[in-house]
Design a protein around this ligand. Sequence first.
Ligand code: IYR
Length: 230
Amino acid sequence: MSLKEKIINGFKHIAYHGENFSAQEMIQRSAEFYQELDKRRTVRHFSDKEVPVEVIENIIRAAGTAPSGAHKQPWKFCAVSSSELKSSIREAAEKEEQENYNNRMSERWLKDLAPLGTDTNKEFLEIAPWLIVVFKEAYELGENGEKHNNYYVNESVGIACGMLISAIHNAGLVTLTHTPSPMNFLADLLERPKNERAFLLLPVGYAADNAFVPDIQRKSLEEIGVFYNE
Ligand code: IYR
């Protein structure tokens, strides 16, 4: 009989059983998964069609499966469907973006952005049925307000956001990674505790019927992969 659990450093570990696909199955599954993710596009034109809260809950659950430094899970996903809050967020985000586009961003940056067709108008913040505002927990707040370290917070939350974006795509919905920097206004509007910092703002919903996306290409495997074979 194989061991089902053991104790390491006083903590229980349980036997892990992988899926064990054949090489052929793995090749097939990895190709299909890639093809599915390759359909994902960042979309800036949303429909106002409702999305059930259960979908948003599942998407957040999926993001919460991400690995994190010392398993601290240093993230919080705030899902906003309140029109009033969405309007306040839009107003504050556009204020920052006007400053960004007109004063903070370099000529070079604006030139790099030109193919994407972005501007200071962020109407998607009101039209999309949901906004997911991702916060990172810079540190953990103890019972009595004391600070406990988190580790690799940006890496952990970044990975969780990647999984969130994949889960949104898998549900047949679209999103975009909006970073209206500086993002401090989000912690204020959503009344987050002092250990949380806004990380990313993702509108979530159906693409508008008349949505357009830029005709951009992804780098090829040869450009992004480097193999050191035998
Ligand atoms: N945050 C701004 C500008 C912006 C910056 C980058 I880098 C992008 O890839 C896209 C936009 C905005 O959201 O418009």
